[in-house]
Write a protein that binds this ligand. Structure first.
Ligand code: UDP
Ligand code: LCN
Length: 816
């Protein structure tokens, strides 16, 4: 049987594939075009094929071999009789487009532009036919940027850049001059670091390094840098090489090796030691960004937790690096967010707040302004775009003042923060990083082509434009998982879905972002291990919460904090905690539990999320979920087996709650329909709770199925609840079974998901990409001009469509 050859295009292979089952395929195509213009997903294509070829054996035969390979790679079909166009994704990041004539099954390879035009015909025919419709092509500026070529390497940008830089500096000695120039440019508020002008050529630097190394060999290893600082300065060496003779010698040896014969390992090691990053700005404008009483408020979830933990880890790593560089500098990290005068009992109306657990990091809050007034109320993350430009200008002025100069690295979070980071980094010429947490485009089906229908609630064009502007402007992207960038075999990644898309009537993005760009990197977050630690560490446990937790789980009282009760206290507990959004699927889990008698016999269910009175919610989705929870508890008569606890904002108590669930030999279940990363999954695993988590999104990468936990399919509740029931049945006969998964989960966390690993990776990226942007100055500048043009002409116009609440006005309702 013929199969798809990677060397040939789909357009080359498809005629032969269709020919093998010509009779059936002609009937299928006739069926596809029967309903006229429309888009179809793979499942629809298969369902309609089932109607045409009703014999299952025959269908299986048709879908074997070449045709099956092609068919199962289809992402979308666009029907425009007599043609059907297909977008086909043979593997992550690779896309091809073909058009099939249903009358004679002839196949033609088409460009992405033609495919998008074909699709636009369904939504806005006049625009599709307009020869001068706006096309956006960021790829046009990337001709000088090297790209990865393997799907499996996507997200390994740092390694790739290190190799590429190495090859660029190799060969003749003069080729390393850009590195010397870069070292010459390093300074801290005007004070030179590493080398001065007397070592301005590769030859001079190389000689001086040899002499310095001989000199250092004669010193005791722990001799402080200050003891030989003066002689070093005379030779052309400034501060920054190390704090002791030993460290300075190591750094110098590393550079000598790089200059002798560059290799990627030494290159990365040397760059990571450079004193490049001291001051960092982190943007997270929307939501209620605070340290207490904010979790559970609209739009304020994992992103806040992530950033607070990130700051602590970064500060710790920066302090260590600065000490090892032999410098006496205090790093500063500032989280720039929105000041919300109507702060609802939080501290979000304060301009400054020191970040707990850090020495030098602060939250800086700047209000959103409308003409001359300050916007008092919270606005949903979908409505923040009109304020970002002014907000960033004000933040920039304040930061320059606070830091007494430019920051060294600017990190954005989510679409609005990434846009703010882009504007500030562009203006100041500073290295930029972006973090998405979640890109909304993939969460809502057809959110691009149907933007007009969704405009009044979501203003997606603003968000998508902000996203592609930031993705293109940034020096590096920090993703939590591979799937966030390039998805899985069957599902495109969140970034990948911005490669090509169209907003009919507005603009056609023929090249939005390329996931093979070496700017993409994976650095997964961790969980604060002083809060989320194993239940077995008895001496460290927060026993002060035990009476509260006992009450929370087991009292029979129904109040504002908990409803339902647990009759049999001896049963293990399956536990879930999330915001009560539809996508988190807590109601799904409740229903699976309700339906599965075996599971109900084995365990109790505890849910933390939302609150109980739908009328108190401002959020339409949350209201619906609250009602649904009540209905399910009634429908399946769950009282006595379920405890539903309202959203919990005390992280320390939550940490102890996970551990108390582990004491019952229970498990954590994350049943989301889609989860971008899933902090709760790693919190639970850190506490030693065996974890069952959705196979849709980040958790499928965090957990190795069957080894460090289990994957469950949120669309197949029966199968999922049975996987959980099987586990608890096994635990009954073999108590070691529970322990095995508890231990393996922890092992996985410590190997891959800690903030220490994250901070080290991120700062290494900061150093590497600061050098890389210097090497690519011209290309970067050209692209930046295009981005500015696009921002000024398009984005500014788009934000006009977002309504601005009046002074007395109601806060718009969010639809997460
Ligand atoms: N969380 C909480 N109380 C709640 C619900 C959630 O403290 O009632 C915390 C949870 O422990 C985690 C974060 O909020 O740290 C949620 O992050 P996750 O990545 O799971 O989801 P997100 O809300 O960001 O989509
Ligand atoms: C947003 C989400 O939706 C979660 O999946 C992530 O864990 C969280 O942000 C932190 O990145």
């Amino acid at each position: 049987m013929a199969t798809l050859k990677r060397s040939d295009s789909i357009a080359d292979n498809m005629p032969e594939a269709l020919k093998q089952s010509r009779y059936h395929m002609k009937k299928c195509f006739a069926k596809y075009i029967e309903k006229g213009r429309r888009t179809m997903k793979l499942q629809q294509l298969l369902d309609e094929m089932e109607n045409v070829i009703d014999d299952q054996v025959e269908r299986t035969r048709v879908l074997e071999g070449l045709l099956g390979d092609i068919w199962f790679s289809i992402q979308e079909a666009v029907v425009n009789p007599p043609y059907v166009a297909f977008s086909i994704r043979p593997s992550p990041g690779f896309w091809e487009y073909v058009k099939v004539n249903s009358a004679n099954l002839s196949v033609e390879g088409i460009t992405v532009t033609d495919y998008l035009k074909f699709k636009e015909m369904i939504y806005d025919e006049n625009w599709a036919k307009d020869a001068n419709a706006l096309e956006v092509d960021f790829g046009a500026f990337d001709f000088s940027v090297p790209h990865l070529t393997l799907s499996s390497s996507i997200g390994n940008g740092l390694d790739f850049v290190s190799k590429f830089v190495t090859s660029k500096l190799s060969g003749r000695l003069e080729n390393a001059q850009p590195l010397v120039d870069y070292l010459l440019s390093l300074n801290r508020q005007g004070e030179k670091l590493m080398i001065n002008e007397s070592l301005g050529t590769v030859g001079k630097l190389q000689m001086a390094l040899i002499i310095a190394e001989v000199y250092l060999s004669g010193l005791a290893k722990d001799t402080p840098f200050q003891d030989f600082e003066i002689s070093f300065k005379e030779w052309g060496f400034e501060k920054g090489w190390g704090d002791t003779a030993e460290r300075v010698k190591e750094t110098m040896r590393c550079l000598s090796e790089v200059l002798q014969a560059p290799d990627p390992m030494n290159m990365e090691k040397f760059l990571s030691r450079l004193p490049t990053v001291f001051n960092v700005v982190i943007f997270s404008p929307h939501g209620y960004f605070g340290q207490a009483d904010v979790l559970g408020l609209p739009d304020t979830g994992g992103q806040v937790v992530y950033i607070l933990d990130q700051v602590k880890a970064l500060e710790e790593d920066l302090l260590l690096r600065i000490k090892q560089q032999g410098l006496n500098v205090k790093p500063q990290i500032v989280v720039a967010t929105r000041l919300i005068p109507d702060a609802r009992g939080t501290k979000c109306n304060l301009e400054f707040e020191a970040i707990d657990g850090t020495k030098y990091s602060n939250i800086l809050r700047v209000p959103f302004r409308v003409e001359n007034r300050v916007l008092r109320q919270w606005v949903s993350r979908f409505d923040v775009y009109p304020y970002i430009e002014k907000f960033t200008q004000e933040v920039t002025t304040k930061i320059l003042d606070l830091m007494e100069g430019n920051p060294d690295l600017i990190i954005g979070n989510y679409s609005d923060g990434n846009l703010a980071a882009t504007l500030m980094a562009g203006k100041l010429g500073v290295t930029q990083a972006t973090i998405a947490h979640a890109l909304e485009k993939t969460k809502y089906e057809n959110s691009d082509v149907k933007w007009k229908e969704l405009q009044s609630k979501y203003h997606f064009p603003c968000q998508f434009m902000a996203d592609i502007v930031a993705m293109n402007a940034t020096d590096f992207v920090i993703a939590s998982t591979y799937q966030e960038i390039a998805g899985s075999k069957d599902r495109p990644g969140q970034y990948e879905s911005h490669a090509a898309f169209t907003l009919p009537g507005l603009c056609r993005v023929v090249s939005g972002v390329n996931v093979f760009d070496p700017k993409f990197n994976i650095a997964a977050p961790g969980a604060d291990q002083s809060v989320y630690f194993p239940h077995t560490e008895k001496q460290s446990r927060f026993t002060q919460f035990n009476p509260d937790i006992e009450e929370l789980l087991y009292s029979k009282v129904v109040n504002d904090e908990h409803i339902g009760y647990l009759e049999d206290k001896k049963k293990p507990i399956i536990f879930s905690m999330a915001r009560l959004d539809t996508v988190k699927n807590l109601t799904g889990l409740t229903e699976w539990y309700g339906k599965n008698k075996r599971l109900r016999g084995l365990v109790n269910l505890v849910i933390v999320g939302g609150f109980f009175d739908p009328n108190k919610s401002k959020d339409r989705e949350e209201m619906a979920e609250i009602k649904k929870m009540h209905e399910l508890i009634e429908k399946y008569q769950l009282k006595g087996q379920i405890r539903w606890i309202a959203a919990q904002t005390d992280r320390k108590r939550n940490g102890e709650l996970y551990r108390c669930i582990a004491d019952t030999k229970g498990a954590f279940v994350q049943p989301a329909l889609y989860e971008a990363f899933g902090l709760t999954v790693i919190e639970a695993m850190n506490c030693g709770l065996p974890t069952f988590a959705t196979n849709q999104g980040g958790p499928s990468e965090i957990i190795v199925d069957g080894i460090s936990g289990f994957h469950i399919d949120p669309k197949n509740g029966d199968e999922s609840s049975n996987i959980i029931a099987d586990f608890f049945e096994k635990c009954k006969v073999d108590p070691g079974h529970w322990n095995k998964y508890s231990v393996e989960g922890l092992k996985r966390i410590n190997e891959c998901y800690t903030w220490k690993i994250y901070a080290n990776k991120l700062l290494n990226m900061g150093n590497m990409y600061s050098f890389w942007r210097q090497l690519n100055k011209e290309q970067k500048l050209a692209k930046q001009r295009y981005i500015q043009l696009f921002f000024n002409l398009k984005f500014r116009e788009l934000v006009q469509s977002v309504p601005i609440p009046t002074e007395e006005g109601q806060t718009p309702v969010s639809e997460p």
